[in-house]
Design a protein around this ligand. Structure first.
Ligand code: MG
Length: 397
């Protein structure tokens, strides 16, 4: 059923620690199952996508976002005879490294880590599956196959790629140095991610009242389908029915993008005619939108950036989130005993590292990145009180 250019689990580049094959599952099914059972995966439900986790029960979280990416990815994979299991594994794991409080949390942590090698969420997702999950007696992490790890590491700076390459020559860092592409399954997850958030951020944005249907008139990708729906169902233009109008428009928008990707990718594959997944990696990206849809998708992205992600109300909450992350970072770095035991243990061990400060900061970044919004909020509250008490005692003595 798989195309020649798809990733074939029988020809996987394998795991970092060799394990006998599972009797009933392929390597990528097994990866997906390990991801679903990981603690990092369960935490996604309490992590912010755009709207802070406590702001409403219907907004997307990192978990529901990841499920939507997996759904879109599998749907496209099946049409192109790509490996659905691999797409699902990558999609479900792609956001495991995200900090609490969405991009605000990631930006704040990156600033805190500026002197210690920075913080990139894609790299952190890889750290989660390679090192931070503790589930097996024989090794750290989930010991996933090369192809799943390749897909999880969507972006990576050159400096980090060199670092990865030193630890794992010819491994997942290499393509960022050699300027080659990942598998089609990995390319597909990137695009499915974009399709998913563009659509669900419109939905969440309108639901929150921060963007309106009237504002969306300037967005061609949305407006074309909205007009089409209104022409077919004029009765939806009332206050009580406009939710159906929104959903039907988004539904058509999603379908159009899916069909566009399938069509444009088929054409690109016909031209390049790769005979294997390895040949795919030597070509420029083959999994793509057609040029018209690419432009429309960019326009929608720009709209969301200006009207939603930079909306004063969003910026206000993200500003507070940044303060919390900075506060937590400073406290844990100065007082590692405030972290959970296993992180305190790693912090103690960092003293023996070649660069102890850098290693200690990385432990703090790992600890904070793994937190849910709620846990980070509770820790902020606890440590704020503790600081007050300590300050008070200092004055007394
Ligand atoms: Mg994502």
């Amino acid at each position: 059923m798989l195309a020649a250019y798809a990733c074939d689990p029988a020809r996987s580049r394998g795991r970092r620690f060799a394990q006998p094959p599972a009797p009933t599952r392929t390597e990528y099914q097994r990866d997906r199952d390990r991801i679903v059972h990981s603690s990092a995966f369960r935490r996604l439900v309490y992590k912010t996508q755009v709207f802070l986790n406590h702001e409403g029960d219907l907004f997307r979280t990192r978990l529901t976002h990841s499920l939507e990416v997996a759904q879109l990815g599998r749907s496209i994979a099946r049409s192109l005879a790509l490996n659905e299991d691999l797409v699902e594994a990558i999609a479900l794991a792609h956001d495991l490294g995200h900090t609490p409080f969405g991009h605000a949390g990631q930006d704040a942590l990156n600033e805190c880590m500026a002197a210690f090698g920075g913080f990139e969420h894609n790299l952190q997702s890889l750290r989660v599956v390679d090192r931070l999950e503790e589930r097996y007696p024989q090794f750290d992490g989930l010991n996933l196959s090369f192809e799943t790890r390749e897909g999880i590491l969507k972006h990576c700076s050159r400096a980090h790629a060199q670092q990865l390459e030193r630890g794992e020559p010819g491994g997942v860092g290499q393509r960022f140095l050699a300027q080659t592409q990942p598998s089609l399954e990995a390319q597909l997850c990137n695009l499915a991610d974009e399709i998913a958030y563009n659509a669900h951020d419109i939905d969440d944005g309108v639901r929150s009242g921060l963007i309106t249907l009237a504002q969306l008139e300037e967005v061609a990708l949305f407006e074309d389908y909205r007009r089409e729906v209104v022409a077919e169902y004029p009765q939806l233009q009332t206050q009580t029915q406009d939710r159906r109008l929104l959903y039907e428009t988004i539904r058509r928008m999603l379908s159009a993008q899916v069909y566009d990707v399938i069509e444009a990718t088929r054409a690109a594959l016909q031209g390049a005619a790769p005979h294997s997944a390895d040949e795919v990696r030597q070509h420029p990206p083959l999994l793509q939108f057609g040029s018209d849809m690419r432009a429309k998708s960019q326009q929608l992205k720009q709209f969301l950036l200006h009207q939603l992600y930079r909306h004063p109300r969003v910026l206000e909450t993200t500003g507070r989130a940044k303060q919390m992350v900075r506060f937590l970072f400073d406290v844990y770095l100065a007082q590692p005993q405030e972290m959970q035991a296993r992180f305190l243990g790693r912090s103690d061990a960092a003293r023996g590292a070649p660069d102890p400060q850098r290693a200690a900061a990385r432990v703090v970044a790992d600890y904070i990145a793994g937190m849910t919004d709620r846990f980070a909020g509770r820790e902020h509250e606890r440590l704020s009180k503790l600081k007050l008490v300590l300050r008070h005692r200092n004055i007394e003595t």
